[in-house]
Design a protein around this ligand. Structure first.
Ligand SMILES: Nc1ncnc2c1ncn2[C@@H]1O[C@H](COP(=O)(O)OP(=O)(O)OP(=O)(O)O)[C@@H](O)[C@H]1O
Length: 231
């Protein structure tokens, strides 16, 4: 379980996250929603230790990781798939995946076997430069890189943004399997409410750098969505 208490995160002197309290249940998907600029990406970055002047407490399975630098959070079992994917274009698919393995607690620096079944395209194209992949393939690669760390928690920032519909289904399937088959805890920033309702067990809605509302996904009514998501 990942718990956040009074979490704050800044960019320089500008505070983008204020007093966030959130519990992310183990082995389930928690959907993070909210309009543009409300702090969803900042929340993931702050969990990962990538914002400035972070305040508050983050615990992972009871262990306080609030003071840990980013690479130690990765070593503690948190993997981050950023918006925009962050693929290194000149690295091959294999090299991009193995890079994620540097956070692997077992010291394994290889392409994990389970990726072959999850991502057949990547497995068939391990020597292709990452920069030559389509947006959807790069998104799969970013997820594969995160899974190479064999994490307990995966933070996903709008994984389906700007991706062609045929690949969206593949990515959604992988996300569902991450929690349902592999037991991973997933924090999913997602604008597609339909997918969020299908995938997540709990939700949190961000407003002005705070969590405005949380609940179980079966209680996420259209009225709540309209109140917080319409512009
Ligand atoms: N690198 C940065 N430097 C300064 N301010 C930033 C930076 N990144 C984001 N912000 C500000 O922090 C606030 C929260 O932004 P954030 O990207 O977390 O929102 P978001 O909910 O993820 O939005 P989106 O849906 O557009 O991705 C916004 O006011 C934004 O302008």
């Amino acid at each position: 379980m990942l718990t956040m208490t009074n979490l704050e995160g800044c960019y320089g002197r500008s505070r983008a996250l204020t007093g966030v309290c959130l519990t992310v249940p183990k082995g389930q998907i928690t959907g993070i929603m909210g309009r543009n600029g409300t702090g969803k990406t900042t929340l993931l970055k702050t969990i990962m230790g990538l914002t400035d002047n972070t305040q508050g407490t983050i615990t992972l399975d009871g262990k306080d990781i609030s003071a840990a630098p980013s690479h130690m959070r990765a070593r503690a079992g948190i993997a981050y798939v950023p918006q925009g994917r962050g693929i290194i274009p000149d690295f091959t698919v294999r090299e991009n995946i193995v890079m994620g393995g540097f956070a692997n607690r077992s010291g394994r620096r290889a392409v994990p076997e389970k990726l072959a079944e999850l991502f057949p395209y990547l497995t068939a194209n391990l020597d292709r430069p990452g920069g030559l992949l389509s947006g959807g393939q790069q998104q799969q690669l970013a997820i594969a890189r995160a899974l190479a760390a064999e994490p307990d928690v995966v933070l996903l920032d709008e994984p389906n943004e700007g991706i062609q519909p045929s690949v969206v289904e593949d990515i959604e399937r992988v996300i569902l399997r991450m929690s349902r088959e592999f037991g991973l805890t997933v924090v999913l920033v997602e604008q597609n409410i339909g997918f969020l309702r299908r995938a997540a067990s709990t939700f949190a809605i961000m407003e002005k750098g705070r969590v405005a509302q949380t609940g179980r996904v079966e209680d996420l009514t259209d009225a709540i969505v309209d109140r917080h998501m319409t512009i």
